[in-house]
Ligand binder design. Structure first.
Ligand code: ATP
Length: 367
């Protein structure tokens, strides 16, 4: 397997669209790195440059230390699995999987051995003689994967491979892909716009926006310590709540004061605000860091807000509340036994230690 390094990679399409601006990414051998971001952020372009399907405007692409910019796709020892898996409809599963090896002149016995081995890994043994039209979407996607795996590439590139599957199958295939990664010990670069896929599958997540890397960290680091407002809002569902606040000092304490509420900053937050001198900030609160005051009656008033309940959404294992707080809608994720009533005021305790403070101007995290 292999290391992949992107050094100051930039892509300008004819016509002047700058799709990727000077990105630096290092993917270590056997890592599963997920490139995630909204539509148009440049993730597919990045993947296609690694695959050799798109010319690199500037910068260096290295695989196992070797510069690949001018190496044709077929010599990069990379396999790419697309959203649109495009199997050959007139060939059987066995023939689809064998096709690439045949073209490369691999001996017949070796092809048969590899196809069998990969079919066993993917649970496709009983479908080998069927044509794709007689398979489900998930099975077809597995054949597409199989076709990539039999080639024993150094690096796997995935471009939204699950987006054609229905919700249930997507969850199942997600887990299968993670298992497969452990089995194959492969280096993977995986592109998706789905933050859940990124969180659940990646050993590392790279969040992109407008052709620029916003954060490059483990899933949990990205969730717990988002680098800026964009990442904080993109990773996590329901998304983080953002409230504009003013900073007010009272004695030794700092308070984050917004429309209809005043929350005491934690010691960490106070120190960071004093150190940076930033005065205009945005407070970020994840929905699970609001708690029903009835469950934590001892919580102090300077960690409590009062909001009006607009919508109650029981999800079974938890309940989502949509509330109005000082004219703004916020989402809370509370215990399913919470007795919130639509139209009524509700006291919510904010777990301040878990909240995030961002500089309103730069949108960067302060704490
Ligand atoms: P999506 O999830 O929608 O596929 P993406 O993050 O993969 O989005 P890219 O497809 O990499 O984004 O596109 C990045 C930017 O480059 C977009 O602004 C897009 O319009 C532009 N772009 C993509 N392909 C071309 C092209 N062939 N010519 C000109 N501009 C392009």
């Amino acid at each position: 397997m292999a290391d992949v390094v992107l050094k100051n990679i930039r892509k300008v399409y004819p016509g002047g669209v700058v799709a990727v601006k000077d990105i630096n990414i290092e993917i270590k051998d056997q890592e599963f790195v997920v490139l995630v971001g909204p539509s148009g952020c440049g993730k597919t372009t990045t993947l296609r440059m690694v695959a050799g399907l798109e010319e690199i405007s500037s910068g260096d692409l290295l695989i196992d230390g070797e510069r690949m910019n001018d190496v044709p796709p077929k010599n990069r020892n990379i396999a790419m699995v697309f959203q649109n898996y495009a199997l050959y409809p007139h060939l059987t599963v066995r023939e689809n999987m064998a096709f690439g090896l045949k073209l490369r002149g691999v001996p017949k016995v070796e092809i048969e051995r590899r196809v069998k081995e990969v079919a066993a890994i993917l649970g496709l043994e009983s479908y080998l003689d069927r044509q794709p039209s007689a398979l489900s979407g998930g099975q077809r996607q597995r054949v597409a994967l199989g076709r990539a795996i039999v080639r024993k590439p150094k690096v796997f590139l995935f471009d939204e491979p699950l987006s054609n599957l229905d919700a249930k199958l997507r969850v199942q295939t997600r887990a299968e892909l993670s298992k497969l990664h452990q089995k194959l010990r492969a280096t993977v670069l995986y592109v998706t716009h789905d933050q859940v896929e990124a969180m659940t599958m990646g050993t590392r997540i790279i969040v992109m926006k407008d052709g620029v890397v916003q954060q490059n960290a483990s899933p949990i680091e990205t969730y717990d310590h988002p680098a800026n407002i964009f990442v904080a809002g993109f990773i996590g569902s329901p998304p983080m709540n953002f409230l504009e606040v003013e900073i007010k000092r009272e004695g030794d304490e700092l308070y984050l004061v917004g429309s209809g509420f005043s929350l005491r900053a934690t010691q960490n937050q106070r120190q960071a605000l004093e150190r940076t001198g930033v005065s205009e900030v945005v407070l970020g609160i994840r929905p699970e860091h609001f708690h029903d005051k009835l469950m934590v009656p001892d919580a102090p008033d300077d960690q409590t807000v009062t909001a009006v309940v607009d919508v109650v959404e029981p999800m079974g294992h938890e309940t989502y509340l949509y509330l109005t707080l000082g004219g703004q809608t916020v989402t809370a994720r509370v215990d399913p036994h919470c007795r919130a009533r639509v139209g009524q005021d509700m006291d919510l305790v904010v777990e301040m230690k878990q909240t995030h403070v961002f500089d309103k101007r730069t949108e960067r995290a302060i704490t």
